[in-house]
Design a protein around this ligand. Structure first.
Ligand code: SF4
Length: 315
């Protein structure tokens, strides 16, 4: 199926998915956390999967079936693999722009060292680039790249792209316990990302069954530290942890507000007390959430932080 959804997405609102890679997974990476399994066809060579006219007409037909109040906020290339491996991507983006819906592309960045790929992506309105590691060994372990790939040239390609791109740039970093969750490495990643000036950098964790057994998310304490490191680099940082939280505050329901915000990022104690005050709620709301095992209190750098309890049944 070329077009599917729309599906709700915290990052993209209602997102109509476009799978521009024909049925079997084709990717330049074989990430150990990939939710669609290891990569059977691993390549960095771009090829044609669909006639762009067919892809456009499938998306157009799909849109016609959607009720007006379900109209998507984005048409998103999110595929069975890596969307930039599609040699027709630039042409498809140009054609889809006629539909007057912003175009988003979620890429693993591995082909951004190709100036042609960078040019094609310039036409999209919203891009997320993957930066799981800036260090060779961890990159190889987590992303298991195709043999021809070269990390330095990919990182340079990401920098070139970020410099020239005028749309909304985002980054995504998946953290895996014991692979890329070392604090020095996280600092290197954060510094690299900060120089790209993205709108938001997302820290994600494996929440669905991974391609490789025993792949685990770091614990909440490590996530709080990672989030702080990103924030200290000046990055607007959110976490993608499987909870659909929002960052809005003081809606009058302190219980919901704390759950929503701590799903997106850790809440420092002073901010949490302010939130309770604005909701005219007492400390017992917080105590109840902790007692129910819904949030965790973590000490870090002399402060208490509160974070949504992520693992309950996963660990
Ligand atoms: S880049 Fe995406 S599709 Fe490719 S292996 Fe990694 S997670 Fe899976």
């Amino acid at each position: 199926m070329i077009a599917f959804g729309p599906v709700p997405s915290r990052r993209l609102g209602k997102s109509l998915g476009i799978n521009n890679i024909a049925s079997r997974k084709v990717c330049s990476y074989s990430c150990i956390y990939c939710q669609i399994g290891l990569t059977p066809v691993q390549t960095v060579t771009r090829t044609s999967f669909y006639d762009p006219e067919l892809l456009f007409s499938e998306v157009e037909k799909h849109l016609q079936k959607i009720a007006p109040n379900d109209k998507p906020n984005h048409l998103t290339f999110v595929t069975n693999g890596e969307p930039t491996l599609d040699i027709n991507l630039g042409k498809e983006i140009r054609m889809l722009k006629k539909l007057n819906i912003p175009i988003a592309v979620i890429t693993n960045s591995s082909l951004l060292n190709d100036p042609g790929v960078r040019d094609e992506l310039m036409e999209a309105d919203w891009i997320s680039v993957k930066v799981d590691s800036t260090e060779e060994d961890a990159w190889k372990r987590i992303n298991q790249p195709a043999g021809e790939s070269d990390l330095n040239s990919i990182l340079k390609g990401i920098q070139e792209f970020a410099k020239a791109y005028n749309g909304k740039l985002h980054t995504e970093t998946m953290l895996v316990e014991g692979v890329n969750d070392n604090l020095d490495l996280i600092s290197q990643i954060a510094l690299f990302i900060a120089a790209l000036h993205p709108q938001t950098s997302y820290i994600s964790i494996p929440i669905r069954p991974p391609a490789v057994k025993n792949v685990k998310a770091p614990d909440e304490e490590k996530l709080v530290k990672a989030w702080q490191i990103f924030r200290n680099c000046g990055l607007e940082t959110e976490m993608l942890t499987g909870f659909e939280g929002t960052d809005t505050c003081a809606t009058g329901n302190a219980y919901e507000d704390i759950l929503n915000i701590t799903a997106v990022h850790p809440l420092r104690e002073d901010a949490l007390h302010e939130l309770l005050r604005r909701n005219t709620a007492g400390i017992q709301v917080l105590q109840s959430l902790i007692k129910q095992g819904l949030i965790l209190e973590i000490d870090h750098n002399g402060w208490k932080f509160y974070i949504r309890r992520l693992f309950g049944s996963l660990r």
